[in-house]
Design a protein around this ligand. Structure first.
Ligand code: NAD
Length: 396
């Protein structure tokens, strides 16, 4: 999300809010075997964060400012990065690999902010060691591995969640409520966009297992599957525009992963949505800042439309047009306690309270399958069926 290191974030994204009052926590229990404050030492969730690169600089201020979280360890294969984070955020234990981390200072929740190709092996080891896991997206690179992780979590009686957090924003909830109210008629189509010029710090973004769809399009795919329901079939095209890229950690790298992606999803009942995403886009981040109106999510219905202001991971309002009204009206400007970087904090709260999470592993697995169907469609030239599903509607 830090598309460049020097673009200031919107102020509210910097707030390290306690998500206790977060929109979206619903009062159903996680299950009969759900954990409660009593099962966690000192009534706190002990966190170990692995992957101390760019995004850890946003996660750690959030995690370390929560009264109900204790960050006990940090880990990175480039151990200097972990040491730097430990020093800055006063984390007592530093490790250079997942095995030592799991064998070291005890913790309850692993926060996985490693590079995308490392998500599956790291998640797997942590689940095998019976730790709850919050993983950055995607949870794995292929469906088989993703399923294995969900099965493993179930077998070992631990919880597993994948980023992003879009479905917990008040603006997402507002869109769902507006659709359900019937005020805009029947939703028929939707369009989402998320792109920038591409990360400049790590080569893996452009190599096998990287790409704009997994890194950026994943937000829109999560939003649209959450809003419009599970996808039945996918058509996609991807391209590479730059044969090579220059990045901070590896110098010049060959671009192997998608830089420019178009994805069409069929949600059933005649509803279609479309996502465009890329690492070859004019960097619109500053235009989507607080108080600005860049639309990234547009929903079209038979009697009206909805347009999300700002990115779906950090929205700043929803404009609604309705039959018989001559102006777009803006709603839901207030982000409340929502924070794109607060996913691990949100699930820690769920662990403590036993509340169900709006973010579910089945949804993350479905999003992974949809993204891979896009790649398969590009490879084969065919439309691709999607088999997984998840509990939808999300709010019930
Ligand atoms: N950078 C952002 O603003 C941002 C925003 C939202 C989500 N994300 C997601 O967060 C994840 C990380 O992104 P990033 O930009 O921080 O990447 P990064 O390359 O800056 O950092 C990844 C770190 O993980 C470490 N790592 C890789 N494999 C490891 C392993 N097996 N064990 C321990 N450490 C390992 C690397 O050494 C590196 O320091 C990605 O999934 C990305 O999509 C990033």
């Amino acid at each position: 999300m830090n598309t460049t290191h020097n673009i200031p974030r919107r102020q509210f994204l910097k707030d390290s809010a306690v998500l206790g009052a977060a929109v979206g926590l619903v009062p159903n229990l996680l299950g009969a075997d759900s954990s409660s404050a009593a099962s966690f030492k000192g009534g706190k969730i002990r966190v170990g964060e692995i992957g101390c690169g760019s995004v850890s600089g946003s996660y750690l201020p959030n995690l370390t400012s929560q009264p109900f979280i204790e960050v006990v360890s940090v880990c990175d294969i480039i151990v200097e990065r972990a040491k730097k984070r430990a020093e800055k955020f006063k984390v007592p234990n530093v490790y250079s690999n997942i095995d030592d981390m799991l064998a070291g200072a005890p913790f309850d929740l692993l926060v996985n902010t490693t590079s995308m190709p490392s998500h599956f092996p790291v998640n797997k080891k942590a689940l095998q060691a019976k730790r709850h896991v919050w993983s950055e997206k995607p949870i794995a690179l292929n469906l088989k591995d993703g399923k294995e992780l969900l099965d493993l979590a179930k077998r070992n009686g631990v919880h597993f969640w994948g980023s992003p957090t879009c479905v917990t924003s008040p603006q997402f909830k507002f869109m769902v409520d507006t659709m359900n109210s019937g005020k805009i008629g029947k939703v028929t189509a939707a369009h989402g966009t998320y792109g920038h010029g591409g990360p400049g710090w790590s080569g893996w973004f452009y190599q096998k297992g990287g790409g704009s769809l997994y890194d950026l399009g994943v937000y829109n795919v999560t939003t649209f599957t959450g809003l419009l329901g599970p996808v039945k079939e996918v058509v996609g095209m991807t391209t590479i525009i730059n044969p090579t890229r220059k990045v901070e950690d590896q110098g010049v790298v060959k671009v192997e992963a998608d830089e420019n992606t178009m994805l069409i999803m069929n949600h059933g009942n005649g509803v279609l949505s479309h996502v465009q995403t890329g690492f070859v886009y004019f960097d619109g981040e500053r235009f989507a800042g607080e108080g600005r109106q860049l639309y990234t999510i547009d929903v079209t219905a038979t009697k009206g439309t909805m347009h999300m202001q700002g990115w779906d991971w950090g929205p700043s309002g929803v404009d609604v047009a309705r039959e018989g009204e001559a102006v777009l009206e803006t709603f839901c400007k207030d982000p409340g306690q929502y924070n794109w970087v607060g996913g691990a904090t949100y699930v820690a709260q769920c662990l403590l309270t036993g509340n169900a999470s709006l973010i579910t592993p089945e949804h993350a697995l479905h999003v992974l399958e949809v993204m891979n169907a896009c790649h398969e469609s590009q490879r084969t030239g065919h439309r691709v069926n999607v088999e997984t599903t998840f509990k939808w509607p999300i709010f019930s």
